[in-house]
Every structure is written in C-alpha cells, then in structure tokens.
Design a protein around this ligand. Sequence first.
Ligand code: NAD
Length: 251
Amino acid sequence: MRMKDKVALISGAAGGMGAATARLFAREGARAVVVADILDKEGAATVAEIEKAGGHASYIHLDVTDEAQWQAAVEKTVTSYGRLDVLVNNAGISGSAETDLYDTAAWDRLMGINATGVFLGMKYGIAAMKKSGGGSVINLSSISGIVGQGYLHVGYNASKGAVRLITKAGAAQHGRDGVRVNSVHPGLMPPMRTSGRTADPAMRAKTLKGVPMGRAGEVDEVAHAILFLASDDASYITGTELVVDGGWTAV
Ligand code: NAD
C-alpha cells in the first residue's frame, strides 16, 4: 500500500497513462485520487471504474492552460481532502499530428499545454504541499525531452525539454520545503489521442527497430515508475529523470 493516506491530483487522467496512474494509486491505498481533465465524460468514467473497484476518487474539470482553473482544482482538492501530497502533471498533446513542423499556432498550442500547463500545476500544487509539510511532484516529459526527432513538431521537443528543466529547477528550489520534483520520460507507448504520424502502424514498426527491448511500452509500466517517485520509497530522490523506454535512448 505505497499510497496509503496520500491525496493525489493527476492532470490528463481521463485516459492513457494518467488514467492508468489513477487506477494504480487507488489500488495502492490512496486516500483520494483527483482525476482532472477536459474530457468530462471520460474522466467521470475513470472515477466510476476506480470506485467500483473499491478505491476513492473524484473528477474535476481542468484545462491545464487556464491559471484560474488550476488554482480552483488545487483549492478544491485541499478543501475536500485536507491536503495535497502528490501532483502528477501528465496532461499533454502530441507533436506528431502536424505536417508543418514550424507552424506557429502549433508551437503556441504545444508550449501552452505541455510546458505552461506543467508550470501552472507546479505553481499552485507546490504552494499547497508546502503548507502541509511537503509532497511529491511528477512531471511527464518524454524521451523527446532528451533527444530530438525529425518527425515531430519542434514545439513538442521544446515543451518536453522545458518540462525536464523546470523539474530540476523545482527540485533545486523546494528540497528544503520537503517537496520532491522528478520527471518521467516514456518512449514508444500506445499512441496519444492527439497522435498523427506516430500512430501509423508502418511508422511504429520502423521506430520499434531502434528499441532494444523490441516492443512498445504499456501504460501500466509508466504508472509504476510514477508510483515509485510518488511513494516514500523515493524519499531521497529529487530532480531526477526516470526514463521508461525499453532502452531506446541507451543506444
Ligand atoms: P493521451 O492522449 O492518452 O492522454 C493525454 C490526456 O491529456 C488526455 O486525457 C487529454 O484529454 C488530456 N489533455 C489534453 N489537453 C489538455 C488540457 N489542455 N487540459 C487538461 N487535460 C488535457 O496521452 P498519453 O499517452 O496518456 O500521454 C500522457 C503524457 O505522456 C503526455 O504528457 C505525453 O506527452 C507523454 N508521453 C506520451 C507518449 C506516448 O507515446 N503515448 C510518449 C512519451 C510521453
């Protein structure tokens, strides 16, 4: 029960890795998991599934680009459950749907959701954690925050690189507040809702050739990495980047 008594808020938790993490946190005894997303129906379904299995969860509408909504989501969590122990900044969009890899509107969208969305989460989440003596922030970057790819909008790499470094800045600034801040870097995973080229089976088969383990990852494999960083098992780990990519960036 590695999440026993902990209160967690997960952005983008209506599906994919966010929902897998919400389910795992609940199974690991979380006092409450707040599922936050812009997809209200899917988010409510994730909550219903968790509660049916005996866990504790609630849903909140949160567009991570909206500062007032972030403030309200963190306030609601603290009002409802007394504290915030774990924040997973998971919401994101893909850069692989863009054909013009220098499209300016796409740059703004990618940076707004993937980078500013994480910044705002840290701004309000860490302030709440400091009030109750500490906590753990896990930011979803990507291997695209470590190496470049020729087939993604440059804003995806830039936004995920920003997440990698605001994580380290957060770790440097809040270590003495008892707040740990780490990033997780998935590799080839099930396609995102917003994937374009990277969802194409031929493209995925080509990419797989560069993955030493010879297969794509599963959402639960990322959720377990997030769980480790969220839990007290990682009590002396902050500012690190945990790569979950089957060895892709090792070669
Ligand atoms: P997904 O598309 O299944 O889930 C992303 C979630 O974020 C969705 O539920 C979506 O509704 C939500 N979201 C999008 N915009 C939002 C906004 N403005 N406000 C709130 N929620 C919003 O994708 P996933 O594969 O589960 O990805 C989760 C995270 O992991 C993302 O940050 C992604 O960039 C990263 N990642 C994914 C992969 C991959 O191949 N799937 C690889 C590396 C990193």
